[in-house]
Design a protein. Structure first.
Lengths: 261, 278
């Protein structure tokens, strides 16, 4: 038997979305502005986009770039962050470099990268890579730094070499923190994916959005915003499911349930 | 009955003539503090620990007693001097010296069984065999039924039992216990002391046990090494000549046990008076 409180807790995110749509619908009816379609008009446009083969190819191309950028960034950032966390020399070498890059909006680098690499996949994937890297590096760094010295000593006494201690103690011990960084990275990947396509207008989900804006198809614009938002929620929920499985051993922490999982 | 306190490091062995397991030879340890000043933590420690002896290092906090244990463990290199295990110079950690820390230092991503199996698996013991041995050890430390629990689901006392089993699992010749019961409540602490002695009675490994509790040191040990407050020097080595196996309830009524406690407390009191600034 599920308690009423549990039902309410599950229903809350759905209610919040419905509430937002209701406010949207009411506001747009009151304002009666061409560039602000009603929620219902925007929702009606969604199947038109998803039913269009070319639009689907565009969205899938975006997701592919995002997956590659995210994957490569995670694969390179975790080892770097872990090494920074365990070696003062490595940390003091990379820290200043990263501090310079961190506050720069990665999409702002897009025009320069386009000059070098063109408007194709490579430039856009590189920008996503840059966007994802920094939070993953910093969280891996913090996670590795916080690993208890005595845990490593216990491993050393069992005969683990320095390299084994890195992969078999530091990595799993830092995993909860690493995954927090990856979750931030995933959201940033989606954001940089859209902004990169906004600047390099050639293909992709961002391209559909801004083409529609140019042509005054505001229902399509808002439908795309809903689609991108839904992709974000879906990816985050998927990631959360995986994260919860991987670190079910870790001490519970205060999570904000942003996903529908 | 007179106290058997003696200043000499090597006294007549308690049971049988035994070989030296650990030799600490004129070891000093200096740390650099944040103000770039050198802080002398240990000064000229020489000590021999025989095979099979239960030796406690007793001293006030900050006397460097844990540092001495870390040097034997190979986790810290002494600034001066040399430590040896079975006649070989210690250059780093090794499975012949198994640590048990106050902080437990369990692997939180491994179950109780996974933690205990970790050492044997690392030593190349086959999975089935390692598991059977580990299950037996878990039962021995009183945690049968908790094999699949994660450390976060255990109390402090249970965690320390797992840590002990994890270290015993790779058969170290020496157990290095760094205030292992310091973070536990009085009741749990007493129970773990009793259980540790029972387990130790089975194969009488060499134990180096760091504590700041006089009672704990006297109850457990064959020999209590008293250190002075920083820099740590050996103040006195007291042989504890009490029969084994020891029962707490019997010891509490034993005048010899009481005298050891009083003598050692007195020595610390005298020291505190002597060390007051003029």
């Amino acid at each position: 038997m599920i308690s009423a409180r549990a039902v309410l807790a599950r229903a809350t995110p759905v209610l919040a979305c419905l509430g937002l749509l209701a406010v949207w619908q009411a506001t747009s009816l009151v304002l009666n502005n061409d560039s602000f379609p009603t929620a219902i008009e925007a929702i009606r446009a969604i199947p038109l986009i998803l039913g269009d083969k070319e639009a689907l190819i565009n969205i899938l191309a975006s997701l592919r770039r995002m997956a590659i950028g995210f994957g490569v960034a995670v694969a390179m950032s975790i080892p770097l962050g872990l090494m920074m966390g365990r070696s003062r020399t490595v940390a003091s070498f990379f820290n200043p470099l990263l501090m310079v890059i961190y506050p720069v909006p990665k999409a702002a680098l897009m025009p320069i990268i386009m000059l070098w690499l063109g408007v194709g996949d490579i430039a856009k994937t590189l920008v996503i890579f840059l966007g994802v890297s920094l939070p993953v590096i910093y969280h891996s760094f913090a996670g590795a730094k916080a690993v208890e010295e005595k845990m490593l000593w216990s491993g050393a006494a069992m005969g683990l070499s320095a390299a084994q201690r890195m992969t078999r103690i530091v990595l799993p011990a830092a995993l909860p923190e690493i995954l927090t960084g990856c979750r931030t990275g995933l959201v940033l990947a989606l954001i940089t994916m859209i902004t990169s396509e906004m600047i390099a207008r050639q293909s992709g989900a961002g391209n559909i959005l801004f083409n529609a804006l140019d042509m005054g198809q505001y229902d399509t614009v808002f439908a795309m915003i809903i689609i991108v938002g839904a992709m974000g929620i879906g990816l985050d929920a998927l990631f959360e499911k995986m994260r919860a499985r991987l670190v079910k051993w870790s001490e519970p922490q205060f999570d904000i349930p942003v996903s529908f999982s | 009955m007179p106290s058997r306190s003696n200043i000499q490091a090597e006294l007549k062995p308690a049971r049988k003539p035994a070989a030296a397991m650990i030799e600490i030879d004129h070891v000093s340890q200096t740390f650099q503090t944040s103000g770039r000043q050198n802080h002398l933590a240990l000064s000229d420690i020489s000590l021999t620990i025989e095979d099979g002896a239960f030796v406690s290092i007793l001293g006030p906090s900050g006397c460097g007693k844990s540092t001495l244990l870390y040097i034997v463990g190979g986790f810290v290199n002494p600034t001066q001097g040399l430590a040896k295990v079975k006649g070989r110079a210690i250059t780093g950690p090794g499975p012949d010296r198994g640590p048990v820390f106050q902080e437990f230092a369990l692997f939180p991503w491994k179950s109780v069984l996974g933690n205990v199996m970790y050492g044997p698996r690392q030593q190349g013991v086959r999975p089935a065999e390692a598991e059977a041995q580990s299950r037996a050890l878990i039962e021995m430390v009183g945690l049968k039924g908790f094999e699949d629990f994660y450390p976060k689901e255990l109390s402090g006392g249970m965690k320390q039992r797992v840590a002990l089993a994890r270290t015993l699992a790779y058969h170290p010749a020496v157990l290095l216990m760094d205030e292992p019961f310091g973070a536990l409540d009085a009741h749990t602490r007493t129970r773990l002391q009793n259980d540790l002695l029972n387990i130790w009675e089975r194969d009488r490994k060499t134990v180096l046990f760091v504590t700041h509790s006089v009672e704990e040191a006297v109850f457990l040990s064959d020999k209590v090494v008293m250190l002075t407050r920083g820099p740590g020097r050996i103040r006195q080595i007291v042989d504890i000549d009490l029969p084994r196996p020891r029962r707490r309830t019997e010891l509490l009524l034993d005048p010899r046990y009481q005298k050891y406690l009083v003598d050692i407390e007195r020595m610390f009191d005298d020291a505190d008076e002597n060390e007051l600034p003029p």
